[in-house]
Design a protein around this ligand. Sequence first.
Ligand SMILES: NC(=O)c1ccc[n+]([C@@H]2O[C@H](COP(=O)([O-])OP(=O)(O)OC[C@H]3O[C@@H](n4cnc5c(N)ncnc54)[C@H](O)[C@@H]3O)[C@@H](O)[C@H]2O)c1
Length: 307
Amino acid sequence: MSKILVTGGAGFIGSTLVDQLVSLGHEVVVIDDLSSGKKAYLNPAAKFYRVSISSSKIAKIFRREKFSVVYHLAAQMEVARSMIDPLFDNDINVRGGFNILDNCHKFGVQKIIFASTGGAIYGDAEKIPTPETYPAYPVSFYGIHKLTFEKYLNCYYQIYGLDYIILRFANVYGPRQFKGGEAGVVSIFIDNAVSGAVSVQYGDGRQTRDFVYVDDVVRALVRAQEVNYHGEVNIASGRETSVLETRKYIEEALGSPLKIREEAGRPGEQRRSCLAIGRAKEILDWEPQVDFAAGIKKTITWSQTKK
Ligand SMILES: NC(=O)c1ccc[n+]([C@@H]2O[C@H](COP(=O)([O-])OP(=O)(O)OC[C@H]3O[C@@H](n4cnc5c(N)ncnc54)[C@H](O)[C@@H]3O)[C@@H](O)[C@H]2O)c1
């Protein structure tokens, strides 16, 4: 079994991944500054360093721990915040990522697996579902910085032979999701419904997203360790779901209507997002297994029982 680092391992997807890696018998180390992650989500069997990925202390951790595989998930992951403070986003998602990558190279890591984004990298694509080959012209600083780090990974592979794979996630949802995150709508609607609060729907509700359940994403991340492929792979449901349909799914699962306040659409908001998953099938032998109705039910159950 390998010694694995998960950056962002106290976050929504990272902590779910850590639980799975630990249950598979791996020795796992987490680096997280707890800016959005939670101590409560940390698996007790994993060693934890509370430090920023941008810190100079990262090299010491790599020297001491001698990782063979690194999952890089730590990120500033709010698109809106990246537009208000692009330099901050750059500091975490480019400079911090580079710090992790360069230490992977210096301390003999065999493979790095990167959590990238489909929605923010393709923007308002004309081709739906959008394949990995679609030209990437992000219209947010978050998307640009994620794409920049993808290019660094390829560069380190070309120059130093450092093995890598990029998973471009659609809108991930499920238990432990941080409400301010990229997927937003599912966790916000459910959290508000459970606490009796009103949710805001921006625009006509016909904007679409591609929702993929966190356990499916974790299965793809685990599988990514085993394959020999250097490039980008979309991890998504491959299905387009509108905000109005999302409301219906949640209302059906709850058995009662959501309290919704409708407001004007936000300028620059993506109209449609849906990713093609043919490459994931081919390269990772991966397909989503949790359908939206089942995933919504699991997320509601978690939301009703969380402390
Ligand atoms: N949730 C989604 O829908 C989605 C979609 C596409 C891509 N992603 C990517 O997946 C990854 C995980 O996202 P998530 O949804 O679990 O978000 P999250 O916010 O729950 O997890 C991110 C983790 O990184 C940590 N972190 C942030 N800045 C850090 C820093 N400077 N140093 C150390 N740790 C830091 C946070 O504390 C948190 O635990 C991110 O890279 C994100 O960009 C997520």
